[in-house]
Design a protein around this ligand. Sequence first.
Ligand code: SF4
Ligand code: SF4
Length: 379
Amino acid sequence: MESIDCNRCGKCKEICPSYKVFMSEAFCPRGRLHLFYLFQEGLVPDSNALKERIFSCLLCGSCFSKCPLGINVPDFMYEARQKITKDSKLYLFKYFSLYPHLAFTGLKILEKISPLSSFLQKIKIFPLKLIDKLRVFDKSHEFTKNLKIFNKIKPKGRVALFLGCSVNYLMPSLREAMIDLLSKANFEIIIPKQSCCGAPLLAAGFKEEILSLALKNINIYKSFQIDGVITPCSTCAHFLSSQYKDLTGENVKILNFADLLENSDNIFQDIKSHLQVYFHVSCHSSNYIKDTNKIMEIIKKQGVSLEKKEGCCGFAGLFSFLFEKESMDILKKKVLEYEKADMLISSCPNCIIQFKYMMENKKVMHYIEFIQKNLLKGE
Ligand code: SF4
Ligand code: SF4
């Protein structure tokens, strides 16, 4: 399907989070498609105005899931970003993805030296809110540097973990919750040395770099005898499976967490909770991976009052980096929508970063950590 095949029906427009904040045809899916077509035909120049319209797409995939013709607008946006001239901020994003350990060590230092972080924020090298958003996370733990294997005598299966950068560097309690839950469900667990999945590279238009990262990750996971890979991040899951397949012809086999918990009723306990829990389903879960219905059933079965909520939180990696004000506007609307929740759980660590920033008065956590902390039987 080519961008020119769009029949301009507009079904994608109203659900586009970027259109909702910019309110202009050039910032909606069909507008962006048309602009990219004109750019390729040499009818619009490679300009800042074009860059703004192409890079303000959050790559959420909502338009793709609504398009009657199945036009994959985010894929066209990835292609456009490879072709448009890149500015310096995008190179910062590239190195963040290629060397996440250095980036997170740098963030730790910046957090401690506030005059330096204020200076970088002032000259707009850093988005104002990023350091504040990450401040609440525990960065004192060891990153997963070396291979870890947790064996079992008669395991139900053998899985490897792909943590994703946010979990590896910021959320050690989620990593521990995954290990505990999978271990109680009787799985052998392998945690190889971790890398980025490459989503930030493709979002910033660096195709060569993501190709070599994808092959590196595919080869790492191919080298183990496993049933498949589990990741707590829906964006990583989408990249390791479909995007890697499109880029290299091969992929990493991603398993659904709910499938691994099937026939494990013996590890759970019923709870009587009056708390209203909202399940914020991330864009990559809603529009690509579609991994949350089964897990919601498992949680509800234990007596939790759970409500499903969808729609972009405004983080989207690069978007919150380049369009901080609009990212905050999208978030503010979601926070108002979720006002009645006593607690928020999500399928995406990046949505958790975003919500924790503005929902200080509520518990916000990943559904895996919620299950491990609240629904498991005692020893
Ligand atoms: S829904 Fe599809 S066909 Fe309709 S305007 Fe959007 S991209 Fe074009
Ligand atoms: S991917 Fe999301 S933000 Fe981008 S054009 Fe489609 S709906 Fe809009």
